[in-house]
Design a protein around this ligand. Structure first.
Ligand code: PBG
Length: 328
């Protein structure tokens, strides 16, 4: 006979007990930001091969679908434009075209659904013929000229109606530069979500398919972080907060739950995590093959990101997850 004082299984005895002692509630759809891919055209939706269930859409199609998504409680959207190859060049000039596709799209969405929050990505890769987040000169991704362009891009997004601008480029000093530019234009209510601890990751592969934005030469390791580091993430987040970020992000999420958890402990700022394209693709691919239960995996993944400390989750699962919660 074992006389055990401690039997942790007692608090796992049945679902109601498990619910009583649960430390983390399942994320709510209101805590999710849904990233969507838009492109020029009408009545257009093309599924992205490496991201089943996700589409490149024309804005009219997006607006139609948003009506349904909003009913499910998804009110926050991150926008990523797929720019026509003909408009891409080394200087990323299309990023500064005030009448360009991206800014028109933001306007249309905010005109139709003023209550929806638009998180406008700020980086040059969709517009840049080199496929880098910054300007390339003689093989170098130049910092200071890039942040000049990014700050003008941020002003254009904000003027078009973006609620938050989201620099995803990892150049030095860009948050300060952007905050200053927004203030100078009187755009004092536009927030900044800083992609602060963004790692050079293989998990961005499907996203680069979606936008045809893979670097034409080299990789992104001189600006995105080295995945061997965690103290450096704290440094990056600290700088972005000092420079004026409202929300800071760790990206990707799943291989970086330790970073999310450290960020949560260190900073009194909302922490976002980006459950990226490759993380989504793995679940979809394994699910399709019957190798795991896609729905259960999705719930476990989103809850674990929240448990690690994320307040906000960018995720391609947003619609599927919100549907599921809606049915419950
Ligand atoms: C680029 C950007 C990337 C993602 C968001 N913004 C890709 C990259 O840095 O190469 C990745 C998102 C995802 O994989 O879901 N500015």
């Amino acid at each position: 006979m074992y006389l055990m004082k401690k039997r942790p299984r007692r608090t796992r005895k049945n679902q109601s007990i498990r619910n009583l002692v649960a430390e983390t509630a399942l994320p709510d759809a209101s805590q999710l930001i849904y990233p969507v891919f838009i492109q020029e055209g009408r009545n257009y939706a093309q599924e992205i091969a490496s991201m089943p269930g996700q589409f490149r859409m024309s804005v009219d199609t997006l607006l139609q679908r948003m009506a349904t998504w909003k009913k499910l409680g998804i009110n926050n959207y991150a926008l990523f434009p797929n720019i026509d190859d003909k408009l891409k060049n080394a200087k990323s000039t299309e990023a500064l075209n005030a009448n360009g596709f991206l800014y028109q799209a933001i306007k249309k969405i905010k005109d139709r659904y003023p209550e929806v929050n638009i998180f406008a990505d700020v980086a040059l890769d969709p517009f840049n013929s080199d496929g880098h987040d910054g300007l390339v000169e003689n093989g170098e991704i130049v910092n200071d000229k890039t942040i000049e362009v990014l700050s003008r891009m941020s002003v254009l997004s904000a003027q078009a109606g973006a609620d938050f601008v989201c620099p995803s480029d990892m150049m030095d000093g860009r948050i300060g530069k952007i905050r200053k530019a927004l203030e100078a234009e009187g755009l004092i209510n536009t927030g900044i979500v800083a992609y602060s601890a963004k790692y050079a990751s293989s998990f961005y592969g499907p996203f680069r398919d979606a936008l045809d934005s893979a670097p034409r030469a080299g990789d992104k390791k001189t600006y995105q972080m080295d995945f061997r580091n965690s103290r450096e993430a704290i440094k990056e987040i600290e700088l972005d907060i000092q420079e004026g970020a409202d929300i800071v992000m760790v990206k990707p999420a799943l291989s970086y739950l330790d970073i999310i958890s450290q960020a949560k402990r260190h900073f009194k700022y909302p922490i976002a995590a980006y459950n990226v394209s490759g993380e989504y693709a793995m679940v979809k691919a394994a699910g399709k093959n019957g190798w795991l239960d896609e729905t259960k995996a999705m719930i476990e993944i989103l809850t674990s990101i929240k448990r690690a400390g994320a307040d906000i989750i960018f995720t391609y699962h947003a619609v599927d997850y919100a549907k599921l919660r809606d049915e419950q």
